[in-house]
Design a protein around this ligand. Structure first.
Ligand SMILES: [Zn+2]
Length: 300
């Protein structure tokens, strides 16, 4: 009886621990999407910039990524944020809002979605900047830091790590758009085959995995199909333009043709929806790779 109770108590403790460790809300391409973006970009860096990227990343002593390649470091910002998430520590509370911009699809307004666009206080590195800041402004801030020769090496590393990640995030349609449902996190969906998920998670991981489960192979395929004309066209514009473009894709495709929810409040995604989502994911990964390379080639 006592042994039974003890087992019950330890089971309860395990469940409590699991509940605490489980992410409350995922907001990121899965790590595969980030790796693909970084791998596409890395191929398009000039030899000089590639060497600078490798050199800077080699100074990362955080131990948060598997290795210090640009592909592995592309997930650093999520790992950093999540490293004290369970106790809502400073890494989590300071940086979690930097990964997205909730442009409301019924009235997209970049300034309000970016919390009034707060300036980084003078003398403060962007990596310590205001917690209420959006992905668009963080990309601009970190890009500026990389360009400035006066930025200390430690902060240059941080700027690069955030940039390599956040350019990817900005291109995930549900990181740049919202329908008053926390970027689709609150919308429960059922995928073909019966798997339950939420809309945000489906766009983070499922549609990327549907393209190819190997990031390296997928990056090679996508990099090979980008034309010089696309590369030129996609390299233009600003992070704000890219966010608006991504929001329109979310409005048209991610939220576009959603059927009515079933009696349990779940939206069943059909094969036509999934095919359109996979096609949009493909283009967004390509655009993100091209734009990340364009930024780094200009900044470093
Ligand atoms: Zn992220």
């Amino acid at each position: 009886m006592r042994a039974h109770a003890r087992r019950g108590a330890s089971l309860l403790a395990t469940l409590v621990l699991l509940a605490l460790a489980a992410p409350r809300e995922l907001r990121a391409w899965g790590s595969e999407g980030h790796r693909v973006v970084a791998l596409i970009a890395y191929r398009q860096l000039s030899p000089k910039v590639r060497a600078r990227v490798d050199e800077l990343l080699s100074t990362d002593d955080s131990g948060l990524t598997r290795d210090r390649s640009m592909a592995a470091e592309s997930t650093w910002a999520d790992r950093y944020r999540d490293s004290d998430r369970d106790r809502h520590g400073p890494r989590y509370t300071r940086t979690w809002q930097w990964h997205f911009v909730d442009l409301e699809i019924d009235s997209p307004n970049l300034i309000s979605a970016c919390h009034g666009e707060p300036a980084v206080p003078p003398g403060l590195p962007a990596s310590r900047g205001p917690a209420r800041d959006c992905v668009v402004d963080k990309i601009v801030e970190f890009s500026r830091e990389l360009r400035a020769s006066s930025t200390p090496t430690r902060e240059r590393l941080r700027a690069l790590q955030f940039l390599v990640h956040l350019v990817g995030d900005l291109h995930q349609p549900l990181h740049s758009a919202d329908r008053h449902d926390r970027g689709g996190n609150a919308l429960r969906v059922v995928l073909p085959g019966g798997r339950a998920s939420n809309l945000h998670a489906a766009w983070d991981s499922r549609f990327v995995a549907d393209l190819d489960r190997s990031p390296r192979r997928l990056a090679e395929t996508l990099a090979g199909e980008i034309t010089p004309a696309q590369r030129r066209r996609w390299s233009r514009g600003t992070p704000a333009d890219w966010a608006r473009e991504t929001e329109r894709i979310a409005a048209r495709i991610a939220y576009g043709d959603l059927p009515q929810p079933d009696a349990r409040g779940r939206v069943h995604l059909g094969p036509a929806y999934v095919a359109a989502a996979i096609a949009a994911t493909r283009t967004q990964l390509e655009r993100a790779g091209v734009r990340l390379a364009a930024l780094l080639n200009a900044d470093l």
